[in-house]
Design a protein around this ligand. Structure first.
Ligand code: HPA
Ligand code: ZN
Length: 335
């Protein structure tokens, strides 16, 4: 039995480097936003919506996730959704958060990119202080065209100074990272750090693709565990994996957390981190993800600490902030 408790985990400074704003809305917030915008959801209540959170796989989840994007319409909506996530993350003991946001779900409904960017970035600026930092990762949809991804890159250009990185999510199978090779090269040439979802439902070969694209981080990446040479390369190159264990469980990427490769990847020296992905949908924030893993995988205190250190090392923060995060963890463990 693990000695790790929820209170111990919540009190430690943590990162959340893989979390989608569109997937952060609590059902109650979704109903509030729907009402504000004169929309009627097809569930009678927040409880009924929460009860619908049972998914077969990633495409099954994405259908609901994209449908629910309809409640976000105005700059104020994007601001309030971001502020709600940041407040909740802070309560969870997150000291640094990076928020994925995919503009294509909204540009297709005619919403101006400025409403999205100003709302989100405004809320981030208001939430940041000496103890808490956050940033925005702009994400494109892999089930759309490469040209559509280039359009996103052009559309967010006016805010490039305040964007931490460019990533890619959406329906994975049949849409390998290499389909977007020119896009990732262009984002890198424009000076952005890049990351890509790979090896969630897709095979280890997609994680190899991601490595070959020279991205700074790989989101999920758990399929790599099936390929020992790839695991060795990930460890040698120190490329972080932003793993989301409860997401993987709820989307049936793994049959159980005991069978999840997080612990074996960690023990093989891969820079794995633990993150929340779409927290209300998958039943947990970072603390719940860490606790569930500690229990199912019998992680030691030293292994938990390594996961948190990996998060600080994988974060897109200036070096003084990284040092402060590490120091805060040391102080927390000593206290
Ligand atoms: N995978 C792919 N796309 C996503 C996810 C995910 O886990 N969450 C939100 N969009
Ligand atoms: Zn994700």
């Amino acid at each position: 039995m693990t000695e790790i408790t929820e209170a111990f985990l919540r009190a430690l400074p943590k990162t959340d480097l893989h979390m989608h704003l569109e997937g952060s809305l609590e059902p109650e917030t979704m109903f509030m936003l729907a009402q504000r915008n004169g929309l009627t959801l097809r569930w009678p209540s927040p409880e009924a919506l929460r009860a619908a959170y049972a998914f077969r796989d990633l495409p099954d989840f994405l259908a609901l996730y994209f449908e629910a994007c309809a409640v976000l319409c105005s700059e104020r909506d994007f601001h309030d959704a971001t502020a709600a996530y940041l407040r909740r993350a802070r309560q969870d003991g997150v000291a640094h958060a990076e928020i994925f946001f995919g503009p294509q779900s909204f540009t297709e409904r005619g919403i101006p990119v400025a409403a999205m960017m100003d709302g989100i970035l405004g809320a981030i600026a208001e939430a940041e202080d000496a103890a808490f930092s956050a940033g925005l990762l702009v994400s494109v949809h892999r089930h759309r065209s490469e040209e559509a991804a280039f359009e996103v890159l052009r559309a967010v250009e006016p805010w490039s100074d305040r964007i931490l990185g460019i990533g890619m999510g959406g329906a994975e199978i049949g849409n390998p990272p290499m389909k977007f090779a020119r896009f990732f090269r262009a984002a890198q040439d424009a000076g952005f750090p890049t990351m890509v979802h790979a090896g969630e439902e897709g095979p280890a070969a997609y994680v190899r693709d991601a490595l070959d694209l020279d991205v700074q981080r790989i989101d999920h990446g758990v399929a790599a565990a099936a390929d020992p040479a790839l695991v060795a390369d990930l460890a040698a190159r120190g490329v972080p994996l932003t793993v989301c264990p409860l997401s993987n469980l709820r989307l049936n990427v793994v049959p159980s957390l005991a069978a999840h490769p997080l612990a074996s990847l960690l023990r093989a020296g891969v820079r794995v981190t633990v993150n929340s992905d779409d927290p209300p949908y998958f039943g947990g924030w970072v603390t719940e993800n860490l606790l569930a893993c500690a229990q199912a995988m019998d992680l030691s205190r030293a292994e938990i600490v390594q996961l948190l250190r990996n998060g600080f090392d994988a974060a897109f923060v200036p070096e003084p902030r990284r040092a402060a995060l590490h120091a805060q963890l040391e102080a927390s463990l000593a206290g």
